[in-house]
Design a protein around this ligand. Sequence first.
Ligand code: ZN
Length: 281
Amino acid sequence: MPRHLVCLTFDFDALSLWLARGITSPTPISQGEFGAVGAERILALLAIHSIHATWFIPGHTIETYPDLCGRIHAAGHEIGHHGYAHEAPVKLSREAEEAVLVRGNEAIRNLTGAAATGYRSPAWDLSPHSVDLLLAHGFTYDSSMMANDYMPYYVRHGDVIPLDQPAQFGETTRLIELPVSWSLDDFPHFEYLWTATHLQEGLRRAGDVLTNWLDDFRYMARTQEWGVLTLTFHPQVIGRGHRMLMLERLIEQLEGLGATFARMDAVAQEFTQRSATPDAG
Ligand SMILES: [Zn+2]
């Protein structure tokens, strides 16, 4: 029996998306605040379709919007780890990275009663210490890498990647990767962003992006007996009217194509049952 899963994931960064860039002036902060407006709309849409999703929420957002985050948890959604204040692990020392993992998990434990089992790096990049720290802190899966599209895989540690020699891949661990892609993320498609050194045009037609994402599902359904399509949304980005209508159409059309929506923790568990867990790690 073919089984085609879709994970709708929401990175509820709110203000922390801007704080992580050192930006605290009123207008960008208000863009982050709009995330709370978007989150309410998303919660209502998911409830209509009885979909349980995964929300990666920084500790800063949980402590700034405790009531809203409490309702996200109470609605049956998974709360994943996304740093405390959206810190990029690759810029941190091992000690600082571990402190962020602990602080973010404290906020999640206060919200849900349990530490997170899933992690998504705020930078979609991991440090040389991340995999070992995630395993040491009891995480089951990561969702920040891109070595496959529809198929989860076990993450390696200890890779040696010289600039002028063949790569030497390290050992496989028991940490599961539920891979992401920039092409399956609302942020680069839609967010208009400029800094002194960088312009991200964004502001694409939502219908074009909808076509891309439906075709990614169709290709999975055509080529895989079992697979998972992971889509990443930011409430402050997808929460605008025309994009919310696109999200609604996406859900309806995926339902029509036979998609099964699932939380990432459930998908990680299903993947484990389908595959032999490696001994290492
Ligand atoms: Zn984020």
